[in-house]
Design a binder for this molecule. Structure first.
Ligand code: PA5
Length: 438
């Protein structure tokens, strides 16, 4: 079985000119050169480029040790973090686990999230759950000062100390933060938590292949070595191949920029398997925060089909022609389910007998793509053989690399996020934080 991702872009070609693709290919090669030479904008944050190769074995050993210490005594793992500090882990975990894992369990801790919301009701509900469950907690913040996870951690640390006692609670808490600075760094030092470092040169949304993502993924029972292997293999492809046919990251960066320059300001990432919903959420952060600045950038949007064909499908087919569509297409399901035969055929679906659900889903996918192209939406199909750790590792690295190249082609710094500060300043002033009174 072919175990790498494949790009199908014939349905984009009617919307762009060949000459333009050639020009953009040259721009993409130039952008990659800048990225690999480390002399472009934001070059202090390029640690992710070599991460799959550079990750120290001692980190993997520490993760293994913490997982074997904590998993047997935890029904639940709480991941406290926001943005890049939780979306990568959630993307991988939710892609791999059963949709019903919370109820049925799989022998490993079930991951729940905190620090990504300020909803009081959410924390009330979480505490009610944690009153009844054995749990451990990982608090993740690169700056160590972000308000949402700081509040969540204060609430949950107090809950844990009450439930288990101060000393036992310390054994159940893991921290992932900066090597030297920040409130979380200081708390972790004082309390003696098992601690992992987020490298200085890796930004939040590019950090899933550091302990930020690796620790929660390993705690859920998934194979982080396979994830890293997928990323490593994709890295070789991304950094070495000049041809768009052989380098999906270059091709993706070229196609989306070609369409953007033709007025396609929105990109919809579409899946036909609901487990990929959080991969889309991770992708939205990656591309939205990296490219949406200086009044520029493609707006990343996501849909889950066929579910959303019955809600947003109408707009995609007939609404304003703002968008391009990128379908993440999964060739094989990991498990089969038969459609039973029924002589009466009152529902009229006997014509489907003998076809697998995956085959039916693929026909829905093809029918949708054809309809959307006819309706004037350019569609790129990214095909993966199945959803597993290796493929997810490939996808993560592919999307990250393409994002950096695409951001440089757009002329922005893909590694900063100055716009995120605006709401914080207002919120701090409204809440009376010292130093923000006026
Ligand atoms: O990509 C980013 O840099 C952001 O989304 C951060 O991950 C997010 O704001 C959380 O920051 P921190 O990890 O410092 O708490």
């Amino acid at each position: 079985m072919n175990d790498t991702i494949r790009m199908h872009y014939e349905r984009i070609l009617p919307f762009v000119e060949e000459k333009e693709l050639k020009t953009l290919h040259d721009e993409a090669l130039e952008a990659r050169k800048t990225l690999l030479a480390g002399n472009g904008k934001g070059n202090d944050f390029l640690g992710w480029v070599n991460l799959p190769e550079d990750l120290d074995q001692s980190i993997l050993d520490q993760i293994k040790g913490d997982v074997s210490r904590l998993a047997p005594k935890s029904e639940v793992l709480v991941v406290v973090g926001i943005g890049g500090s939780y979306l990568g882990a959630r993307a991988v975990i939710e892609a791999l686990q059963s949709e019903f894992a919370m109820i049925e369990g799989n022998g490993m801790p079930y991951v729940v999230y905190a620090g990504h919301t300020l909803s009081e009701e959410y924390y009330h509900q979480l505490i009610q759950l944690l009153d009844k469950k054995e749990y451990s907690l990982v608090v993740i913040s690169k700056s160590g000062t972000t308000t949402e996870p700081a509040i969540a951690f204060r609430i949950l640390k107090a809950h844990m100390e009450k439930k288990y006692g101060v000393e036992a609670a310390k054994e159940r808490i893991v921290a992932v933060t900066d090597a030297r600075r920040g409130a979380l760094h200081d708390i972790a030092q004082q309390e003696g938590y098992s601690t992992y470092v987020i490298p200085d040169n890796v930004g939040g949304r590019f950090s899933v292949l550091t302990p930020v993502g690796l620790f929660p993924i390993a705690m859920s029972g998934y194979d982080i070595n396979r994830l890293l292997q997928g990323a490593k293999d994709m890295r070789q492809i991304c950094i070495n191949n000049d041809s768009m046919e052989e380098n999906p990251a270059l091709l993706y960066a070229v196609l989306r920029n070609a369409l953007y320059r033709k007025g396609r300001k929105v990109e919809m990432l579409v899946n036909f398997v609901p487990n990929l919903k959080y991969l889309s959420e991770w992708w939205k952060q990656l591309y939205g925060e990296s490219e949406g600045k200086e009044g520029k950038g493609i707006l990343p949007h996501s849909l889950s089909f066929t579910t959303d064909l019955h809600s947003m499908g109408q707009y995609v087919q007939d609404g304003e022609r703002l968008m391009m569509e990128t379908v993440l297409s999964v060739a094989n399901a990991r498990n089969g389910v038969d459609i039973p035969s029924d002589e009466k055929n009152l529902d009229g679906i006997n014509y489907l007998l003998g076809k697998s659900l995956t085959e039916i889903n693929h026909n829905a996918e093809l029918g949708t793509i054809m309809a959307h192209v006819e309706g004037g939406v350019p569609v790129l199909r990214i095909e993966v053989p199945q959803v597993d750790e290796y493929v997810l590792g490939q996808l993560i690295y592919f999307f990250e690399f393409a994002c950096a190249v695409s951001g440089y082609m757009l002329g922005v710094n893909p590694f900063d996020q100055p716009g995120v500060e605006a709401y914080k300043k207002n919120m701090f002033r409204l809440l009376g934080k010292p130093g923000y009174e006026k």
